[in-house]
Design a protein around this ligand. Structure first.
Ligand SMILES: [Zn+2]
Length: 76
């Protein structure tokens, strides 16, 4: 399970264009170029948002795991 390959969106602070990024880019604090206005966006600012995103992905996977376990128990 590679969280780095999840896609996220970062709103451009200048034109609000939602730029698609990989979580890996956010983790590495990459600089991306806005597809709307061509401004440089330093992903550092959005790290908190991205961390929350990763956390909720983990929580969703945990829940899924528990659900699969309880389904497996039903068929045992
Ligand atoms: Zn922009």
């Amino acid at each position: 399970m590679d969280i780095d390959k999840f896609e996220a969106e970062v709103d451009c602070p200048r034109c609000q264009f939602a730029n698609p990024i990989w979580l890996k880019q956010a983790r590495l604090r990459d600089v991306i170029i806005c597809r709307g206005c061509k401004a440089n966006i330093q992903l550092d600012d959005s790290m908190n948002t991205v961390r929350k995103g990763v956390l909720s992905v983990h929580q969703a996977l945990d829940q899924l795991h528990h659900q699969i376990e309880s389904i497996n128990r039903l068929f045992r």
